[in-house]
Design a protein. Structure first.
Length: 75
């Protein structure tokens, strides 16, 4: 595991420690969990975006017999 050093105001750390203690955990554990979730969300979002692009390329749907173009819709 890697170590991470962050700089935050003392009053923020004091409050965070108190809340963590009330929840039966530590600031370190809270930050580790948050960063794990954050990293996972980024990965899930990237995968979802990639899947949407794949589906859009593979679709056989079209615009049918419509003869309009985008500019016509804005007039």
């Amino acid at each position: 595991m890697a170590n991470l050093t962050i700089t935050i105001p003392e009053d923020v750390l004091r409050s965070a420690r108190q809340r963590a203690l009330e929840q039966g955990t530590s600031v370190n554990a809270l930050l580790r969990d948050y960063l794990s979730q954050f990293a996972g969300m980024q990965s899930a979002q990237a995968k979802a975006a990639q899947r949407v692009l794949e589906l859009s390329k593979a679709t056989r749907a079209g615009r049918g017999k419509a003869q309009w173009v985008r500019d016509d819709l804005h007039r």
